[in-house]
Design a protein around this ligand. Structure first.
Ligand SMILES: C[S@@+](CC[C@H](N)C(=O)[O-])C[C@H]1O[C@@H](n2cnc3c(N)ncnc32)[C@H](O)[C@@H]1O
Length: 209
């Protein structure tokens, strides 16, 4: 079956995502919890206060809540949040309408979990993403999750071209402490995503802007 055709919208705007979730077209949606996230939780000494930016249908938010973690998922698409509601069930209040780039109550967080969020943002927004994610992660906290690497300009998903590409975005504020290939990726990301954990430095170098 061919992919549906949608009116042209900017992925930086909620309408792009509303159209797709509204049409139940979400090929990025795993519909389950990635093994490496389960393992990360199992290895953590204690539950951690976690933000899931662009949580979509919120499988990962539900898993973290069920694991006893203080988790907040945010998404700026009402249709994504409508998809998340029945999946979250009793945890529905753990996902909220919010824009990643606007202030979020309770920030910063011990953990920011990344899955298919950076690659959903047009590249012109990546520098702003890197500054925002540094502000959202408390000193000593971590940015953990999946990063999509590949070739080509078109997206979403917008691919990181190399390991250095991601380092250039994150290294002013973070150090990479884990890096391994995705072990149970869905077809869109298969062979192209890596599980990485980045620790936030205690202090930030002075910004030039
Ligand atoms: C590719 S989907 C990934 C959803 C989910 N993380 C997953 O793994 O299935 C990207 C999500 O990010 C959301 N999003 C994009 N830009 C956003 C922003 N600035 N603030 C909040 N959510 C945003 C979209 O609405 C969409 O639900």
């Amino acid at each position: 079956m061919s992919d549906p055709i949608f009116p042209k919208r900017d992925p930086a705007e909620p309408e792009f995502w509303d159209l797709r979730y509204g049409a139940r077209f979400a090929p990025w949606d795993a519909g389950r919890v990635p093994a490496q996230l389960r393992d990360f939780v199992a290895r953590s000494a204690a539950p951690r206060r976690t933000l899931v930016p662009g949580c979509g249908s919120a499988w990962d938010v539900r898993f973290l809540a069920e694991s006893g973690w203080d988790v907040l998922g945010i998404d700026f698409s009402d249709a994504a949040l409508a998809t998340a509601a029945p999946i979250l069930g009793p945890w529905a209040a753990r996902a909220r309408h919010a824009d990643f780039f606007a202030p979020i109550a309770g920030e910063p967080f011990e953990v920011v979990y990344e899955r298919a969020f950076l690659c959903a943002l047009p590249r012109r927004m990546w520098t702003a993403w890197s500054k925002r994610v540094a502000d959202l992660t408390e000193p000593g906290g971590v940015l953990a999750g999946f990063f999509f690497f590949g070739e080509g300009e078109r997206g979403p998903p917008f691919a990181l071209s190399s390991r250095q590409d991601l380092s250039a975005l994150l290294e002013p504020a973070f150090s990479r402490i884990e890096d391994s290939p995705g072990t149970d990726s869905i077809p869109v990301f298969a062979g192209k995503e890596r599980w990485q954990v980045w620790r936030r430095h205690a202090s930030l170098p002075k910004r030039s802007d």
